[in-house]
Design a protein around this ligand. Structure first.
Ligand code: XMP
Length: 217
């Protein structure tokens, strides 16, 4: 059972990371934060919670050359980098994966997204993206907690060896634990924790709700 906290809003998170460190499994750093504070800020935060999983959510979607350059700016400070799945393997995700492998870092690929607009194009591309994921075999895949059926499809197709992380819990409406029951390893929660008056209590409550739902899957 996993919980990753999304840190998106530009701001200072040193104190929050310290407080949440023993209560969550990791942190996902969003582009607004990384652009505002610079890649080195990821390293500064990481020193507050070294054993957590640190993911840079760059949502890369470019040719391999540019994705390697972009990932290289932050890779030393994180464990994993997120890229979009629709760009394909040759000349894109394959090159990025080889590059991250050479650094001892992990690639996480978006299979589909959690917002309603994902139905317009992303969901139609899912069968092709699953073929890409089968060939590429990234360490992790992002699949939407708001549509647990998609999480289940990814898990069944890729098997137990891939780490599935699911955003959409809380602010986007999915219940804590719903994606875990569908086969995800981690649920990603942003505003429901970072926007709460008491983020520590919010994280602990979400943990309890995950446990409760998991015991009734
Ligand atoms: P909230 O505040 O809605 O934040 O809990 C959710 C976080 O997850 C990211 N997000 C996604 N990332 N595929 C992704 O790769 C998605 O479908 C998706 N939906 C949300 C969002 O950027 C934020 O950091």
């Amino acid at each position: 059972m996993g919980l990753l906290v999304a840190l998106d809003r530009p701001g200072g998170y040193e104190e929050l990371v310290g407080k949440l460190c023993s209560r969550v499994d990791g942190f996902k750093l969003g582009l607004p934060l990384l652009m505002a504070r610079g890649p080195g800020y990821a390293g500064l935060l990481r020193r507050r919670c070294r054993d957590a999983l640190w993911v840079a959510d760059l949502k890369l979607a470019d040719i391999g050359y540019v994705m390697r350059l972009t990932a290289g700016l932050v890779a030393e400070h994180v464990d994993a980098v997120i890229a979009h799945g629709f760009v394909g393997v040759e000349g894109a995700l394959g090159e990025l994966k080889d590059y991250l492998d050479s650094l001892g870092k992990r690639l996480v690929v978006v299979a589909s997204m959690s917002h309603p607009g994902a139905r317009e194009a992303y969901d139609h591309a899912l069968p092709r993206i699953l073929e890409t994921l089968e060939r590429l075999r990234p360490w992790g895949v992002v699949a939407p907690a708001t549509r647990p059926g998609v999480v289940g499809i990814v898990r069944r197709r890729l098997g137990p060896g891939v780490a599935i992380m699911s955003p959409g819990v809380g602010a986007q409406g999915a219940e804590p634990g719903s994606a875990l029951c569908a086969g995800a390893d981690y649920e990603i929660v942003g505003r429901a924790i970072t926007g709460s008056g008491d983020p520590v209590e919010a994280a602990e409550r979400i943990r309890r709700e995950q446990e409760a739902r998991l015991s009734n899957c």
